[in-house]
Design a protein around this ligand. Structure first.
Ligand SMILES: [Fe+2]
Length: 380
C-alpha cells in the first residue's frame, strides 16, 4: 500500500477547547486578521467564549466579516486589509464560507495577483502565512482540508482551488460553538458532512486510514443527525461535530464524488446553500453508484446499525440507501432539484461545468456526461 495524507498541524477537539484559542494563536504571532461570518461573533455565547478571551489576551485583532457563499473579490478585500495591518496570521471562525475565506487570504497573502486568477487555474507559487481554524458548524470540514470554494463574480462560476501548504496550523473544534445553529443550518451542514463521509468512503482514491475515518463519520452522523436536528441532547451535537471533522479528514485524502461535482455549478447557478444541494442529490447519487458500491453501502449499513449483520449484501445496501433517503426527507429537504428552481434549459451548461471537477474523477462509478445529464433530468 502507498499513500500520502495531509493533516493539519494540530487538532483540538471537545467542549471548552475554544479557551485555548488565544494561546494557540499567540504562538504564531500577535497581529491577527480575524475572519468571521457577519453575525458569528455577535452571538452572546460566541462573544463570551471566543471574542472576549481573544481581546483580553493582548493580541492585535483586525476583524473582517464575510457573507455566506464568499467570492474571490471578498478574499482580495480581506487580503488588502491583512497586508495593510501587516498581520502575522489569519484566524477563521465560522462556517465553511468564513473558513474558506480565511484559508485563501492566508494562502495568497504574499501574492499581488487577483485571487480570481488562481481560481481560474494559475499556479499557486507563494508561501502562505499560518492560519487557525475554528468551525461553528458541523459540516464543511474546511478546518482540515487544503481546498477552498469561492465564487468568481466575473464568470459567475463557483470553483475550488487548493494547495498542500494551505492546511490549518491548528484546528479548534469545540462542539459548544455549534449549539446555536438553527434547525435549517443543522440540516444543511450535516448533509454536507454526511455526503463527504459517504463520497470519501466510496471514492476510487480512498486508502484504508481515510476509509476508517469515513466509515466512523457515517456511523456518528447517521446515529445522531435527527436528534441534533430536533434540538435534542448536547451529546448528539458533539457527535455530529466529531463526524464532520472525521469526514473532512477523509475527504481531504480520498476526494468526493458526483454529488460534489454537480453541487458547485447547481449551487452557484441558483444561489442555493451547498449542503442543501448535497442533501437533494445524495439519494440520487447513491442509487446511481449502486452497481459499484453495493458492498460499501452494506458495510456502512452494518456499521451504522441500520441493518442486521445477517441480512444479505443487496438487502443491506438497499436498506442503507432507504435510510438516507428517509433521513433527507425528515430533514425537510426536497426530493428533487426542480423544487429548488432547476430548469431543463440549464442542464447542459451545468453538466459542462461539472465536467472538469476533481470530484467527478474520484466518484466510485465512472460517470459520463450523459449520466450526469440523466441524473439532473430525473431531478426536474
Ligand atoms: Fe461539501
Amino acid at each position: 500500500m502507498l499513500f500520502d495524507m495531509l493533516t493539519p498541524g494540530r487538532i483540538l477537539f471537545g467542549p471548552g477547547t475554544t479557551f485555548r484559542i488565544p494561546t494557540e494563536v499567540g504562538r504564531l504571532g500577535k497581529r491577527v486578521l480575524l475572519v468571521s461570518g457577519q453575525n458569528t461573533l455577535q452571538l452572546p455565547e460566541n462573544r463570551e467564549r471566543v471574542l472576549n478571551p481573544l481581546t483580553s489576551s493582548g493580541l492585535q485583532l483586525h476583524h473582517y466579516r464575510v457573507d455566506p457563499e464568499p467570492s474571490a473579490e471578498a478574499v482580495d478585500r480581506g487580503r488588502e486589509l491583512a497586508r495593510s495591518q501587516d498581520v502575522e496570521l489569519v484566524l477563521g471562525i465560522g462556517g465553511g464560507s468564513a473558513l474558506d475565506t480565511a484559508k485563501s487570504i492566508a494562502g495568497l497573502y504574499h501574492s499581488g495577483e487577483p485571487t480570481a486568477a488562481f481560481l481560474r487555474g494559475k499556479e499557486i507559487d507563494v508561501d502562505p502565512i499560518p492560519w487557525v481554524a475554528v468551525p461553528t458548524t458541523a459540516g464543511s470540514g474546511s478546518e482540515v482540508t487544503s481546498n477552498a470554494v469561492l465564487i468568481d463574480r466575473e464568470t459567475g462560476k463557483k470553483s475550488s482551488f487548493r494547495h498542500e501548504r494551505w492546511m490549518a496550523r491548528v484546528a479548534v473544534v469545540d462542539p459548544i460553538l455549534t449549539m446555536s445553529m438553527s434547525r435549517e443550518l443543522t440540516a444543511w451542514t450535516g448533509l454536507d458532512a454526511l455526503t463527504h463521509a459517504i463520497e470519501a468512503y466510496t471514492s476510487r482514491w480512498v486508502v484504508s486510514p481515510a476509509a476508517a475515518l469515513a466509515a466512523e463519520a457515517v456511523r456518528l452522523i447517521v446515529q445522531n443527525f435527527f436528534t441534533a436536528y430536533t434540538g435534542g441532547k448536547k451529546e448528539a451535537r458533539e457527535k455530529m461535530a466529531l463526524g464532520s471533522l472525521m469526514a473532512g479528514l477523509a475527504l481531504n485524502s480520498a476526494g468526493a464524488g458526483v454529488v460534489h461535482a454537480l453541487a458547485h455549478p447547481v449551487g452557484s447557478r441558483y444561489n442555493l446553500p451547498h449542503g442543501l444541494v448535497c442533501g437533494v442529490l445524495l439519494p440520487h447519487a447513491l442509487q446511481y453508484n449502486l452497481p459499484i458500491t453495493v458492498d460499501a453501502y452494506a458495510e456502512l449499513g452494518y456499521r451504522s446499525a441500520v441493518v442486521r449483520r445477517d441480512a444479505s449484501v443487496e438487502e443491506s445496501a438497499d436498506k442503507f440507501m432507504l435510510y438516507v433517503r428517509k433521513l433527507v426527507e425528515k430533514l425537510g429537504v426536497p426530493a428533487k432539484l426542480g423544487d429548488l428552481g432547476l430548469k431543463h434549459d440549464d442542464i447542459l451548461n451545468l453538466v459542462e461545468a461539472a465536467k472538469s471537477s476533481s470530484s467527478l474523477s474520484a466518484n466510485a462509478r465512472k460517470a459520463t456526461l450523459d449520466d450526469l445529464r440523466a441524473m439532473l433530468e430525473r431531478n426536474l
